[in-house]
Ligand binder design. Structure first.
Ligand SMILES: [Zn+2]
Length: 277
C-alpha cells in the first residue's frame, strides 16, 4: 500500500468573506458544521482562524476555545490546528490561544511580502511563538513562503526550539511571494529530505486557482495536501465551491488517481508524531 495522504482543510482564513463566497464559515457554529462535513469527506486536519461577528479577523482566545470544544465534539480524533498567522502586526496576541493546547499551530518563521502588505514575522516574535508551542505541547506546522524558511526551521530544530521532526508546508501562489514554480517545488522537497530525512512528512498549499495544481503535485510526489476556502473559494473560473467538503472531495479524488489512501485521523496522528486522540 502506498503512503496515506493527509488532507488538511483550511476552513476560514483571515480574508475571504460571505461576499466572496457565502459558504465561507464565519461564526463558530458555522465553522464546526463546515468542518464536520469536511471531516466526513476525508480531512484529518482542520486549520482554523476565528473571526469577529463583522467578519474581520480575530485572535480572541475565548472564540478559539468555543471552536475547539465544538470540533472535539463533532469531529472525534481530528487534528486541530490553530493559525498564529494572518494578523500581521498583531504581535503576541497572535499566539494568545496557544495555552488552549490545540494539537498543532501554524508557525511562520520569516517575513515576506503579501499582496498588499508585508507579512511581518520578526525574529523575537518567531522565537516567542515557538517557545509557547514547546511550553504548551503544540506541534508547529512551519509555513514555508520561501526557501529560507525551510533552512530557518532546521536551525530552530537544531537549537531545540522545535520538538520532533519539523512538518513543513510549502505555500505557493501568494501574490508577491513565491510563485507556483515546479523546479522550486522539487527543490523544496529535495531540501526537506536533505535536512530532515527521506521520511520527513511535508505538505503543500496553493492559493486561488493554484490550489488544484499544488494538490496534484503534492499528492503525486508523496506529500500531504491542503485545501479549503481559506486558500481558494472556487471550483473553477465560473463556479464557487459550495463548501469546504467539496474541496476536500476534490483532493480525495486526486488521492485515488495517484493510488494514495486518504489518511484517517489515527494515521495522520501517527505520521505527524502526535499522541493518539
Ligand atoms: Zn491560515
Amino acid at each position: 500500500m502506498t503512503k496515506p495522504c493527509i488532507i488538511c482543510v483550511a476552513i476560514t482564513g483571515s480574508l475571504p468573506t460571505k461576499a466572496n463566497n457565502p459558504a465561507v464559515p464565519i461564526s463558530v457554529p458555522e465553522q464546526v458544521e463546515s468542518t464536520q462535513e469536511a471531516f466526513e469527506a476525508g480531512a484529518s486536519i482542520v486549520h482554523a482562524h476565528v473571526r469577529n461577528d463583522d467578519e474581520t479577523p480575530s485572535s480572541d482566545p475565548e472564540t478559539f476555545a468555543r471552536l475547539k470544544e465544538g470540533l472535539k465534539k463533532h469531529c472525534p480524533g481530528m487534528i486541530i490546528q490553530f493559525s498564529t498567522g494572518g494578523r500581521s502586526g498583531a504581535g503576541r496576541t497572535r499566539g494568545g490561544m496557544l495555552p488552549l493546547r490545540p494539537d498543532m499551530a501554524s508557525l511562520s518563521v520569516g517575513s515576506n511580502n503579501f499582496p498588499t502588505r508585508v507579512y511581518e514575522n520578526p525574529p523575537d516574535l518567531v522565537d516567542w511563538l515557538a517557545a509557547e508551542m514547546v511550553e504548551h505541547d503544540v506541534k508547529p506546522e512551519i509555513e514555508a513562503f520561501d526557501l529560507s524558511h525551510i533552512l530557518k526551521a532546521k536551525e530552530m530544530s537544531d537549537k531545540g526550539q522545535l520538538v520532533g521532526t519539523p512538518y513543513v508546508q510549502f505555500v505557493m501562489g501568494v501574490k508577491n511571494a513565491m510563485p507556483v514554480d515546479r523546479d522550486v517545488f522539487d527543490y523544496y522537497i529535495h531540501t526537506v529530505r536533505r535536512l530532515f530525512g527521506d521520511d520527513a512528512p511535508w505538505c503543500a498549499a496553493g492559493i486561488g486557482r493554484h490550489q488544484l495544481t499544488l494538490n496534484d503535485w503534492a499528492i503525486s510526489s508523496g506529500g500531504h495536501a491542503r485545501t479549503g476556502l481559506e486558500d481558494n473559494v472556487r471550483l473553477d473560473r465560473d463556479t464557487l465551491a459550495p463548501s469546504n467538503a467539496a474541496l476536500v472531495r476534490r483532493a480525495a479524488e486526486l488521492c485515488a488517481k495517484y493510488d494514495r489512501p486518504v489518511a484517517t485521523p489515527a494515521q495522520a496522528r501517527d505520521i505527524l508524531g502526535l499522541a493518539a486522540a
